[in-house]
Design a protein around this ligand. Structure first.
Ligand SMILES: Cc1ncc(COP(=O)(O)O)c(C=O)c1O
Length: 332
C-alpha cells in the first residue's frame, strides 16, 4: 500500500513551518540552522504525536472503537495529545500512568483533566498489564477498546513521520536547503523511524540523528530498525541502505526528565535568541545533543542543520525543580 492510500484523519495543522533561526545559528557558530516547528501541529498545544494520531485514530474509527487506551508517564505529551485526538474524533479515552497516584496535578495532567479523559495509575503493576486489566472492564460493558502503544510508536503511527519527512524534504527544496543533519529527540523511536524513511523518500541526503531522552542507543536503534522493516513492508518501499540508524544516549544525564546543565542551557538559548520555547524533557535533551556535538567537534560548524521541535512544553509548568532549573544561568 502507498502512504497516500493509508486512511488518516486530518487533525493536525500541516505543513508546520520550517523556520530559519539566524540568531540561534550565530550563537552556535553554525553555517545554517532551521527548526521544523512540529510543536505547532495545533491540537491541544501540538507536538509530534498529532502526526502519528492522524493515522492511529483513522484506524480506531475504522474499527468502530468507542474508547482509546494508551499509556505513559503522568507528564506524557503522547497521552495528552491522544486524549485530545479522541475528543476531536468523538471518542472517549483512558490513560494509564506508571507508578503511584499523584495528587498534585500540574502540566500535562491539567490539560488531561480539561479534556475530561480518565486516568489510572498502574501502582505495582506493569503499565501494559494495567492497561489490559482496565480495558477488560470497559469491554465487559460492551464497549470497543482501541489500544495505542507507548508513544504511538507502531508502524501505523510512524507513518505520520514518513509524511512529516516528505513534507520536510519538500520545504527544504522550496527554500533551497540541503541539510547535512536532521536532529530529533528520540524515545519510543517512531518519530525517528518515520523521519528516516520520509526524508529518504523525499530525496534528502541528510543523516537523521536521534538523541535519546531515556533508553540506551542500542535499544532505540533496534526499535527504529524494526519499525523501518515494518514500514518498508507495509508501504511497499525498499528500505535497504536505511539501516545505518544513528542514536546517541550520552545526553540523557541522570535519567528521563532529569535536567542536565546542557539541557537547561538549551532551553534558555532557544528562548533567549529566538523566543522559541522548547521543552525540558525531550527537545532540551535533543538540542543539548546538537550543542554538545558541535562543542566536541563531531558536528562541523560548516554544516547545515535542521532541528525537529517535537513539542512537549506543558512539562515546563510541572515540577520545575525536577524537570529544569530556572535559576541556572546560561554561559554568554
Ligand atoms: C515532546 C516529545 N518529543 C519527542 C518525543 C519522542 O518521540 P518518539 O517517542 O516517537 O521517539 C516525545 C515522545 O513522547 C515527545 O513527547
Amino acid at each position: 500500500m502507498r502512504l497516500k492510500e493509508v486512511p488518516k484523519v486530518n487533525i493536525a495543522f500541516l505543513p508546520t513551518p520550517l523556520q530559519k533561526v539566524e540568531r540561534l545559528c550565530n550563537k552556535l557558530g553554525l553555517k545554517e540552522l532551521f527548526i521544523k516547528r512540529d510543536d505547532q501541529t495545533g491540537l491541544a498545544l501540538g507536538g509530534n504525536k498529532v502526526r502519528k494520531l492522524e493515522y492511529l485514530m483513522a484506524d480506531a474509527l475504522n474499527q468502530e472503537a468507542d474508547v482509546i487506551f494508551t499509556l505513559g508517564g503522568p507528564q506524557s505529551n503522547h497521552c495528552r495529545q491522544t486524549a485530545a485526538a479522541a475528543r476531536v474524533c468523538g471518542l472517549e479515552s483512558v490513560l494509564i500512568f506508571g507508578g503511584q497516584e499523584i495528587k498534585d496535578i500540574q502540566g500535562n495532567m491539567v490539560l488531561d483533566k480539561l479534556l475530561n479523559t480518565k486516568w489510572h495509575f498502574s501502582g505495582e503493576l506493569d503499565r501494559e498489564e494495567k492497561l489490559k486489566e482496565v480495558s477488560k472492564e470497559y469491554e465487559a460493558q460492551g464497549l470497543r477498546t482501541y489500544p495505542i502503544p507507548l508513544g504511538g510508536s507502531n508502524a501505523l503511527g510512524a507513518m505520520g513521520y514518513v509524511e512529516g519527512g516528505i513534507e520536510l524534504a519538500r520545504q527544504c527544496q522550496e527554500q533551497g536547503v540541503d541539510p547535512d543533519y536532521i536532529f530529533c529527540a528520540t524515545g519510543s523511536g517512531g518519530t525517528q523511524a518515520g523521519l528516516i524513511l520520509g526524508t529518504h523518500l523525499g530525496g534528502l541526503r541528510a543523516k537523521v540523528i536521534g538523541i535519546s531522552v531515556s533508553g540506551t542507543a542500542d535499544d532505540i536503534t533496534e526499535k527504529v530498525n524494526n519499525l523501518l522493516v515494518e514500514l518498508g513492508a507495509r508501504l511497499d518501499v525498499d528500505i535497504k541502505g536505511l539501516h545505518n540508524v544513528i542514536v546517541y544516549d550520552e545526553f540523557v544525564g541522570e535519567g528521563y526528565g532529569r535536567p542536565t546543565e546542557l539541557s537547561t542551557q538549551a532551553l534558555k538559548v532557544c528562548a533567549q535568541t529566538e523566543g522559541i520555547i522548547i521543552d525540558p524533557v525531550y527537545t532540551a535533551k535533543g538540542f543539548a545533543g546538537l550543542m554538545g556535538m558541535i562543542e566536541d567537534g563531531r558536528i562541523d560548524k560548516e554544516s547545515s542543520i535542521v532541528f525537529l521541535h517535537t513539542g512537549g512544553m506543558p512539562a515546563l509548568f510541572a515540577d520545575t525543580d525536577l524537570y529544569w532549573k530556572p535559576e541556572v544561568e546560561i554561559s554568554k
